[in-house]
Design a protein around this ligand. Structure first.
Ligand SMILES: [Zn+2]
Length: 337
């Protein structure tokens, strides 16, 4: 009976320190299995005098039950530790902020395109498109810039070896329009143009809008009225507008148009280089040579035209200074729109 107590003591310390269910099962077999320590003990009952057998049997059975209870208890402990461990490793912190889908926005240049389309379609202009790779004729000759004309040097054009060019302005679309449609004509062309230039205010590819109106009694005053409305509408301002005489081969007379600085209201700032004015576009009355070249009678019809940099309009409207930033697709910039 003393040995039985020893076994119980051993079993208790071993079961309580069992590290996992597998070693616990090992102890169960060791003590309670068919050849386990306590089972073997039960088999020795026969050697005892009959009078002692019931008491000894009861004691051994109690020991078996005690060991089984210890094992059951340890199983519960190990299982709950296992569950806690699993919960800790699979836990979700519901207080963390979620990962949202990135929200896209409309590129500032696209915004300007949309605004221009709205303003000019409200005034009854039609929008036309043309190829980006042009024949020399449409990009220069038809616009009163014959070969060897000095104005060709004003635009650093990309030439292909077969005489084609990447259009350096949107004017070729006007030539296509005047060759296929008869006046009265009110059209706008917006798109990509190309020049060999790259610095703070120039990129090899940029966007231009050109506007043309041809009719019997079109005057410079009509042009002025249109530009006045357009610039005030676009910049949402009452800033003054001024015309300065200028030269373009395809218009006569020609003018450059400034708007009172929308940043400083004409007081002078970094954007307007302290002049109080912002250069925005070039315009003029269509040169008779251009009209005659597309078989529109310049004695009967007159027209005005203007061209404006869409990217420059965008920079001015949003108070930006580096044209290149519009094409770098830096999300920190784009997210502000
Ligand atoms: Zn200014």
């Amino acid at each position: 009976m003393q040995a039985l107590d020893e076994i119980l003591k051993h079993a208790e310390s071993e079961i309580k320190s069992a590290a996992d269910l597998k070693s616990l099962d090992h102890f169960r077999v060791y003590y309670l299995g068919k050849k386990g320590q306590l089972t073997e003990y039960l088999k020795t009952l026969g050697q005892l005098p009959p009078a002692e057998r019931p008491a000894a049997g009861q004691k051994i059975n109690a020991a078996k039950e005690a060991v089984q209870a210890l094992i059951d208890q340890r199983i519960l402990q190990l299982q709950s530790t296992l569950i806690e461990k699993q919960l800790a490793s699979e836990s979700i912190d519901v207080t963390l902020p979620g990962r949202s889908e990135g929200m896209g926005s409309i590129h500032p240049v696209t915004r300007t395109f949309d605004t221009l389309r709205r303003i000019f379609s409200q005034m009854g202009f039609v929008f036309m498109e043309g190829p980006e790779i042009e024949e020399d004729y449409y990009n220069f000759t038809a616009l009163n810039v014959p070969p060897l004309h000095p104005a060709r040097a004003m635009q650093d054009t990309f030439y292909f070896s077969n005489g084609l060019v990447l259009r350096s302005q949107m004017s070729p679309v006007q030539i296509h329009a005047m060759k296929t449609m008869r006046p009265p004509l009110r059209m706008v062309a917006m798109g990509r143009v190309y020049r060999r230039d790259f610095d703070l205010t120039h990129t090899p590819m940029f966007h231009q809008m050109e506007c043309l109106m041809v009719d019997e009694r079109v005057t410079f005053a009509d042009l002025k009225g249109l530009l006045n409305h357009f610039l005030k509408e676009f910049f949402e301002t009452d800033a003054p507008i001024r015309f300065r005489p200028s030269y373009f081969p395809f218009t006569e007379p020609s003018a450059e148009v400034d708007i009172g600085c929308i940043r400083c209201s004409g007081k002078g700032c970094r954007i307007c280089k302290n002049s109080g004015w912002l250069e925005v576009l070039g315009c003029g009355m269509v040169h008779p040579n251009v009209l005659n070249g597309v078989n529109i009678d310049s004695e009967k019809y007159r027209g005005f035209a203007f061209g404006v940099g869409i990217d420059r309009l965008t920079l001015l409207k949003y108070g930006m200074t580096d044209l290149r930033s519009l094409f770098e697709n830096d999300l920190r910039l784009l997210k502000q729109f």
